[in-house]
Design a protein around this ligand. Structure first.
Ligand SMILES: [Zn+2]
Ligand SMILES: [Zn+2]
Length: 437
């Protein structure tokens, strides 16, 4: 069956030359190809550095694309489209490669087919098995590494598949090009299950702590009910401990209306969104600043540095806002500060009542902000007597960030970083990230 609608495959000649003096001939390449796909080879032509390879059936084409070829001990990969043409091929028509990792080899292909049906994607190839490659030469061995890959019809614009999936009752990870690097897990804030959101929840409301229905966190019925005596809960714009408390503070030479403004502004700048940064600076209150900041897609750098930034902000607030400093100074030595506005990352994940009456090791949140404030409070107490801490720490901070003063330059650098990120994104990135930023 000679199908003329089958597109050619491409191979860069430079990819298969072992040395300049010995160039591979069409006869030699034909020989290598025939050993892999038999007499399915139809035409082989070299145009400058580019080989065009026409085959007679789709299976052979897929086989070459998926498995590559071993030529003089070099593992060679073929191109699905002309690697030198700039956008001549409609990228939307190209099949999308999907990789699944984390599944035991014993899981049957039929379970993967079920998962793909559930995800509403259409396979255009078989399910294939990845092989271990030599770390330097990239040469493929005959040993499987357990990962599966396959090609599917391209997804509609804007759609991507979830990173974490369940296949045959097992958790597995799914990767494809164009998948957002940072993925938010589904979480229902009504029943706290992780496979749907509140808007399509059909369950009774459940307790966020024990996940049972019929009561709220902090209720005596909750198995984790206990009065927490040694804590200092805080939240909201009227509480000086809260980031929402209106106060004028300077960070990296920029004046802010609250610690929250400072935090969201830094996020915007570090994630390369100068417009958002300006809107945050002008936002009338902390909540408005947070809302703008929440819309900014965080980059890896921000995710890995934001708690350090938060610490700097709290320290600066302590130096610049006397009321805040006094609150920390006068707090009981063994108290645990805890943010109580339902935030799972910065706070206990519960409200004030829920926090006060739930065993602290069962709070759903990490209370990162509470811990930071505790750390700064310790420093304040240590310096209580000598009180050498009234000099703003700003000097040291600005030294650290001198090169960031020039926002234009910084944005340029950041864009360059995130551009190079996006090229390599998608395939090997196992990062999961599920909380607010
Ligand atoms: Zn639910
Ligand atoms: Zn409960």
């Amino acid at each position: 069956m000679d199908d003329r609608t089958i597109k050619p495959l491409y191979l860069k000649n430079s990819d298969i030359q072992v040395c300049e003096s010995k160039r591979i001939t069409d006869y030699e390449l034909m020989d290598y190809l025939s050993r892999c796909i038999g007499d399915s080879l139809h035409c082989l032509q070299l145009d400058r550095n580019l080989w065009r390879i026409y085959v007679k059936d789709r299976d052979s084409r897929n086989k070459l694309l998926n498995e590559g070829l071993d030529i003089q001990n070099i593992a060679v990969s073929f191109y699905d489209t002309n690697p030198y043409s700039s956008g001549a091929t409609d990228a939307n028509q190209r099949p999308l490669k999907l990789r699944i990792s984390g599944l035991p080899l014993s899981v049957d292909d039929s379970a993967i087919h079920e998962l793909l049906i559930k995800l509403e994607v259409k396979l255009t190839s078989k399910i294939l098995y990845e092989k271990i490659r030599h770390p330097v030469t990239n040469k493929m061995t005959s040993v499987l590494n357990g990962n599966r890959f396959m090609y599917i019809e391209p997804l509609p614009e804007g759609r991507s598949l979830p990173r974490v999936n369940n296949c045959a009752g097992l958790r597995c990870l799914l990767f494809h090009y164009g998948q957002p690097k940072v993925e938010r897990k589904l979480l229902c804030t009504n029943c706290w299950k992780t496979d749907h959101t509140r808007s399509n929840c059909k369950n009774e409301p459940c307790c966020k702590v024990c996940k049972d229905p019929g009561h709220s966190p902090g209720d005596e019925k909750c198995p984790f009910y206990e009065h927490q005596k040694e804590i200092t809960p805080f939240s909201g714009a009227t509480d000086v401990l809260s980031n929402f408390f209106p106060c004028s503070m300077d960070l990296y030479g920029v004046q802010h209306k609250s610690a929250e403004h400072a935090f969201q502004y830094t996020k915007a700048v570090r994630c390369g969104d100068l417009n958002a940064a300006n809107s945050i600076k002008d936002a009338k209150d902390a909540l408005s600043a947070k809302r703008i900041g929440d819309k900014i897609k965080p980059n890896e750098q921000w995710i890995s540095t934001k708690s350090k930034v938060m610490e700097e902000i709290v320290e600066n607030k302590c130096v610049q806002v006397p009321m805040f400093k006094e609150k920390l100074r006068s707090a009981k030595r063994n108290t645990l500060f805890v943010e109580t506005s339902h935030n799972d990352e910065w706070g206990s994940g519960l409200d004030r009542e829920g926090t006060l009456y739930t065993k602290k090791n069962h709070w759903p949140g990490k209370n990162t902000l509470g811990s930071i404030i505790g750390k700064v409070a310790d420093k304040v107490r240590k310096r209580k007597k000598s009180d050498q801490w009234s000099k703003p720490k700003q000097k040291q901070l600005s030294k650290e960030t001198t090169n960031q003063r020039d926002i234009v330059k910084m944005l340029r650098d950041l864009r360059a970083t995130s551009d190079s990120d996006s090229v390599t994104s998608g395939q090997n990135d196992d990062t999961e990230y599920d909380s607010s930023d």
